[in-house]
Design a protein around this ligand. Sequence first.
Ligand SMILES: NC(=O)c1ccc[n+]([C@@H]2O[C@H](COP(=O)([O-])OP(=O)(O)OC[C@H]3O[C@@H](n4cnc5c(N)ncnc54)[C@H](OP(=O)(O)O)[C@@H]3O)[C@@H](O)[C@H]2O)c1
Length: 280
Amino acid sequence: METIQLNNGNTCPAIGIGTFMLSPADAQRSVREALKMGYRLVDTANAYVNERAVGRGLRDSGVRREEVFLSTKLWPSEYENPNAVDETLARLGVDAVDLLYIHQPAGNWLAGYRQLEKAYREGKAKAIGISNFEGRYIEELQTKWDIVPQFIQVEAHPYFTQQELRKTLDKHGIRLMSWYPLGHGDKSLLQEPVFASLAEKYGKTPAQVILRWHTQMGFAVIPGSKNVDHIRDNLNILDFRLTDGEMAQIAKLDKGVRYYHRTDAQLAQFASWQPAYEAE
Ligand SMILES: NC(=O)c1ccc[n+]([C@@H]2O[C@H](COP(=O)([O-])OP(=O)(O)OC[C@H]3O[C@@H](n4cnc5c(N)ncnc54)[C@H](OP(=O)(O)O)[C@@H]3O)[C@@H](O)[C@H]2O)c1
């Protein structure tokens, strides 16, 4: 497994499994099967309402806890809850996570960030991160953080490569973890002719070529899937390498266009929404 070096000396696997929009049953199965296949990075969130299932999948897999890099995110409704981190760990059934994000720059996000810093100092989070903190939010955070985060999780794929943001990340050694790495399954991205021709050259699928591109960009990548064949394919991308010329060809697809456009009104809604967590 390729790993990514973090600014606190830790490492993180370059490829993992994402669990956004997976029901608890699907999340449990996808995580269990992924870990059995060799995945060692799992991403979830309070808001996905599947943390208990992810914890069950981890335990069912038989893989030892210390071998897995487990990432989750506090939702804004938790930012002022002093027990948010402990409650998150309890849902997952673990003593600590390897990465803890604040999910959105909504509500009292600075209180949320302070909770991350406290969890980091207490060893309950081995690394911390910000999610969706582009533009003015990361600018403001830079004036307030005591601990520089290790990761940012943002939308990134060949149509939207976060060129602006990466200048700030490089200054602080913050690593990028891509969400919507396959365009959330969008056919037009998967069907770009450049991926078809590279897939043919390397004996891979277009999705595998896109995921390889992410890792060669230096991004950690967490494709979501409930299809065991896709989960297997998505890990099987380290036995070929795109040339510099091929990376340059793919770079031409960058349109600076996102799939997901968040508005200020949505941020306000995020701040007032409370996840209805799974029962025991
Ligand atoms: N921080 C945030 O705000 C945020 C937002 C969104 C997502 N995320 C994280 O990022 C992860 C990835 O994002 P995502 O799951 O929304 O989008 P994605 O990984 O870009 O795409 C997932 C879609 O692609 C399909 N897919 C997966 N592997 C495939 C393959 N090899 N070939 C063809 N299709 C494939 C999946 O369908 P099948 O199930 O049929 O395989 C699913 O419909 C999430 O799971 C979550 O952990 C974070």
